[in-house]
Design a protein around this ligand. Structure first.
Ligand code: HEM
Length: 491
């Protein structure tokens, strides 16, 4: 049934519909998504109960998959305030540092690297303050470190190589989160980082598999061997071992001067025990919050950066406009987040990529926790609600020419409205890391476009395929690019 832009899809399991029946509603417009998620947030803040979800979320103890109740609320409040405190103290510096590190992208494998270049490419060898502890970072003088990095000209060495930047983007996004969460950052080749990513990516991939969702639709299947489910169990056990080790390391070190979410969470846990009776948050909640931040914060931002460069290869003049804006407004210095209101062209690019390729296209399913209504339709308790962000961002009633990439729609007179953008969802389940993500997208893009022009390698006959690979996170197909350094600007 379709009415206006609300599509009601009663998803039944066909022949077995009398036994295994579940109702699902897909919301396809920003207005209707806002009505459900923001205006009626308390009706739709639940998550569907799921057999595999319970295992992946440590028995419902994660924020992203945990159902809405008093414990979940206390958990989200605790993590939100720890994240906010940490962001106020260090987010800008952490992202700036990763953005600077990123511009110094490593040479592709197989190319010769002189000792001098290797020295520049490896900031640890170069001794320019890549200490793991935030204390060391701040004590050594933030400006000094930046200045040291500014003088590096390693990309002169890199300019003619065609590379796939996706791994560098993943490492940069991941390091923002691991620094915030644990106070640690990793080198691209670090086995610890590789292990963590392989494991988390595998869980997300297995999680999207039909073999796993079938366990909820057909509970009888749980009694039969299921190799995909067995792999999921193995990866979850591996993940828990890695996170446990991180948390134990954190607890065993002297972290008095470290600015890390884990520290705030552990302190909060102590206070929590004393103040909020009736709700018990435990180490498992700290453990699962770390998983939430790592999973939520890595592939999303990395996928977004990959999309941005892919679109920019299609529209080189947009890069030029952003570069010119950066040069004119900032007179050669790197952007600060507080500059965003003075950089409308850069912001229009960010908004258009968020609109056209929302990296979480179907958000995370919600559940009606009581009988309610959406757009005048009765929605019974336990109905699963899917916010179709991709659909809302391509709604022809709101966006002119919605399937074209046009950052200029967000410039004055362009007709695009940021109010209709909902890439981070909304309401009680609004993306927990939206402020981290917004700053990351702004600084990473600003730094990269100030320093490089992205061009298609001559060896590539085609521009990147922009159709995307559908999964939990919407990713662009892999492509190679040349990052050509811009003329050196004063810093
Ligand atoms: C471009 C970047 C990002 C996008 C587009 C994005 C988008 C989303 C969306 C659509 C949701 C689901 C909201 C809902 O259920 O209605 C979500 C949830 C979530 N995100 Fe993000 N996200 C991004 C980056 C991040 C980052 C950097 C973090 C961590 C620092 C993060 C952590 C989370 C968590 C923990 C949840 C679950 C919230 C809950 O269930 O209460 N995300 N995100």
């Amino acid at each position: 049934m379709q009415t206006g832009r609300l599509t009601l899809q009663m998803i039944t399991t066909q022949k077995l519909c009398c036994v295994f029946f579940s109702a699902m509603v897909v919301l396809n417009s920003s207005e209707i998504i806002r009505e459900a998620l923001v205006k009626k947030w308390s009706d739709f803040a639940g998550r569907p109960v799921s057999y595999a979800g319970d295992i992946v979320s440590g028995g419902g103890c994660s924020i992203s998959l945990g159902d809405y109740d008093d414990v979940w609320r206390a958990h989200r409040r605790l993590v939100h305030s720890a994240l906010q405190r940490c962001c106020q103290l260090s987010l800008h510096d952490v992202i700036e540092r990763q953005a600077l590190h990123l511009r110094k992208v490593e040479k592709p494998k197989g190319t010769h690297c002189t000792d001098k270049t290797a020295f520049y490419l490896n900031p640890i060898k170069a001794g320019i303050g890549l200490a793991n502890h935030m204390l060391g970072y701040f004590q050594s003088g933030h400006k000094g470190i930046k200045d040291g990095l500014f003088t590096l000209q390693v990309l002169m060495d890199y300019q003619c190589s065609a590379v796939d930047l996706s791994e560098d983007f993943t490492v940069a996004a991941s390091n923002v989160i691991t620094t915030l969460a644990l106070g640690n950052e990793y080198d691209k080749s670090s086995p610890e980082l590789q292990q963590l990513h392989n494991c988390l990516n595998e869980i997300v991939a297995l999680w999207g598999s039909a073999w796993i969702s079938a366990l909820d639709s057909f509970p009888l299947l749980r009694k039969f061997p299921n190799p995909v489910f067995s792999r999921l169990l193995k990866e979850v056990a591996r993940r828990d071992e890695i996170i446990k080790q991180h948390l134990n390391n954190y607890k065993s070190q002297d972290n008095k001067h470290k600015v890390a979410i884990t520290g705030f969470l552990l302190q909060g846990l102590d206070r929590h025990h004393n103040t909020e009776s009736g709700v018990l948050l435990t180490d498992t909640h700290v453990h699962m919050a770390t998983v939430d931040l790592l999973i939520g914060g890595t592939e999303t931002a990395a996928a977004w950066l990959n999309w941005t460069v892919a679109f920019l290869l299609h529209r080189l003049e947009v890069q030029t406009r952003v570069y010119e804006e950066l040069c004119t407004v900032l007179e050669g210095r790197y952007p600060k987040y507080s500059d965003r209101h003075r950089l409308p062209v850069l912001c229009s690019l960010i908004n258009e990529v968020l609109r056209h390729r929302p990296v979480a296209p179907l958000a995370v399913p919600h559940r009606a926790i009581r009988d309610s209504s959406i757009a005048g339709y009765f929605i019974p308790k336990n109905t699963v609600i899917i916010p179709n962000i991709f659909g809302a961002h391509h709604d022809p009633a709101v966006w002119s020419d919605p399937y074209s990439f046009k950052p200029e729609r967000f410039l004055e007179g362009g007709g695009g409205s940021t109010r209709a953008l909902i890439p981070f969802g909304g309401g009680a389940r609004l993306c927990l890391g939206d402020s981290v993500a917004k700053m990351e997208l702004f600084l990473f893009t600003g730094y990269l476009l100030r320093d490089f022009q992205f061009i298609l390698p001559e060896s590539e006959p085609f521009l990147p395929d922009l159709r995307g690979i559908a999964s939990v996170v919407l990713k662009v197909k892999s492509y190679t690019v040349i990052a050509r350094p811009r003329p050196v600007t004063n810093v």
